[in-house]
Design a protein around this ligand. Structure first.
Ligand code: HEC
Ligand code: HEC
Ligand SMILES: [Ca+2]
Ligand SMILES: [Ca+2]
Ligand SMILES: [Ca+2]
Length: 463
């Protein structure tokens, strides 16, 4: 079965590639467009030319045979839906969980929705002593010695909103949205929505005082192997914690706990950069999001619902996904937008270029990439704050999210929204929420003419 699906996938890719090449030649001769090779290849040699709903779900075209097969096996792991044990296939769901498979939250590998089953709600008890891992069923929720997240009684540090049959979930979250209005420099109005959260235990009883709640939507998962392959020195070189150059933008690394190395490590993944690498991110997703215990996070009684083979496969999958190429790079409006992006100092955080170093996947090595992130934490002001510290990240700090592939968000998953809690319905709204270190950029955008704002957004959609 697996062999067959790898084979048909190869064939399928070949047909796609030939089709795309023919279409590309026809298209560029007809419209006198420059050849695609000249368009910025957002993911270096891992770039693909595809604009369909499957654009985030392709293997990097430069994988060798070994990694190509690892990718195909990982694809199955990413899609595998877990069920309550005992069962013949994929047993071990829960008892507490948020969803049954990786792809259920990362639909088509894109960003997910602000909805029960997709979001992840992190909590911590302010001013409490940390509890020991053995007090809690899932190791990651309490194990990290350098985390400053204290588990909440009955919830741990992540709220599982679902439980297997006969096992009540931990908590229930009610969200109410409110609108606030503002106006652009040219006098036209806009409206922004923000949420009010009410978290209770599942039976409706109130949670203790002093609990901070951070509500996060799923992030897209393509291109992440490249971000893992950016050398630590490159990330640290972009940090400017004391704002030495005086542009109002600082940027600090998050130092988080690496479970495998049992040491602090640079955080790169998650909305607050609280995960050091994709193996740990995947292992934690299995354990905490799906209740699937594994070699990195075994259950309290030592049970491992999946073995290292499956954990490694899921990890390899998110390491080896291609990055969709930019489009319309020569469109005058897009080019103007790119200049405005630079002038508004957006690129101080959303770095337009980084070079990768070494990685165990050779296809990811030494690539010039255009991810538009610095992987650093920035204080984004009180309005975006979740007030929940996470390792070194304060309650107001967030990791700059990559902007590559942004123009495909709605194609990949209609109705998907932006920012950590999905509050921004449009790219304009996402920019208008920037505060703190991003406030000057936001003001630059807010006071632009309408045609300049449209050009800037056109640039974002070309990514
Ligand atoms: C319940 C929904 C849910 C499930 C199931 C889930 N994820 Fe996620 N995933 C999320 C959310 C939410 C985030 C952002 C988490 C944060 O910032 O704290 C995320 C983040 C990630 C990231 C980091 C992306 C980045 O840009 O930093 C990766 C990689 C990832 N998930 C992989 C997986 C894998 C692999 C699985 C299956 C083993 C999985 N996820 C299962 C919701 C989910
Ligand atoms: C000080 C650093 C900084 C600057 C400057 C900055 N951003 Fe951001 N940007 C961030 C961070 C951090 C987030 C995530 C905030 C959150 O989710 O709460 C973000 C989020 C975004 C998002 C949403 C991405 C997503 O995946 O949901 C867009 C779009 C965006 N920024 C565009 C811009 C544009 C355009 C500018 C310039 C006008 C800009 N940013 C300036 C740091 C910055
Ligand atoms: Ca389990
Ligand atoms: Ca929990
Ligand atoms: Ca600075």
């Amino acid at each position: 079965m697996i062999v067959q699906s790898i084979f048909s996938r190869r064939l399928h890719r070949l047909i796609l590639a030939v089709g795309a090449a023919v279409a590309g030649i026809l298209f560029s001769t007809l419209l006198h467009l420059p050849a695609q090779a000249q368009a910025p290849q957002s993911g270096g040699d891992t770039t693909i030319y595809m604009r369909s709903s499957q654009a985030y779900a392709q293997p990097a075209p430069n994988l060798d045979d070994y990694w190509d097969e690892r990718h195909a096996v990982g694809d199955l792991a990413f899609e595998a839906a877990f069920v309550t044990a005992p069962a013949n296939v994929n047993p071990g769901l829960g008892p507490l969980f948020n969803n049954v498979s990786c792809v259920a939250c990362h639909f088509n590998n894109g960003r997910g929705l602000q909805e029960k089953g997709q979001r992840v709600v992190r909590v911590s008890q302010l001013g409490a002593e940390k509890i020991l891992p053995s007090d809690h069923p899932y190791a990651l929720e309490a194990v990290a010695p350098t985390a400053n997240t204290s588990p909440v009684s009955g919830l741990g540090t992540q709220v599982q909103e679902q439980g297997i049959y006969g096992h009540p979930p931990e908590g229930a979250l009610e969200i109410t949205w409110q609108e606030q209005t503002g106006s652009y420099g040219d006098g036209s109005d806009y409206s922004l929505r923000s949420s009010q959260l009410e978290l209770t235990y599942f039976d409706g009883s109130p949670i203790p005082d002093g609990v901070v709640v951070s509500n996060r939507i799923p992030l897209p998962v393509f291109g992440l192997g490249l971000l893992e392959a950016v050398p630590e020195e490159v990330v640290l070189a972009a940090a400017d914690p004391d704002d030495f150059d005086g542009d109002g933008v600082s940027g600090r690394p998050n130092w988080v706990w690496d479970v495998e190395q049992q040491a602090d490590a640079l955080g790169r993944f998650g909305w607050k950069s609280n995960m050091p690498n994709l193996l740990q991110q995947s292992a934690a997703a299995y354990a905490n999001d799906m209740g699937v215990s594994n070699p990195m996070f075994p259950a309290e009684n030592g049970v491992e619902d999946i073995d290292l083979e499956i954990l490694d496969a899921a990890t390899a999958y998110v390491q080896t996904l291609a990055v969709p190429a930019r489009v319309s790079v020569d469109d005058p409006k897009v080019r103007k937008g790119e200049r405005l992006f630079a002038n508004a100092n957006c690129a101080a955080c959303h770095l337009s270029e980084m070079r990768t170093g070494t990685h165990k996947v050779p296809a990811l090595e030494n690539q010039m990439i255009h991810a538009y992130t610095d992987l650093l934490l920035h204080d984004m002001g009180p309005e975006l704050a979740d007030n929940r510290p996470d390792f070194q990240a304060t309650g107001e700090e967030w990791r700059t999210p990559p902007l590559w592939g942004l123009g495909l968000s709605q194609t990949v998953f209609p109705y998907s929204t932006y920012l950590h809690d999905g509050r921004a319905r449009t790219l304009e709204e996402a920019i208008l929420w920037h505060g703190g270190e991003g406030a000057a950029s936001r003001e630059a955008f807010r006071t632009m003419s309408e045609s300049d704002r449209m050009a800037l957004v056109a640039f974002l959609k070309s990514l």
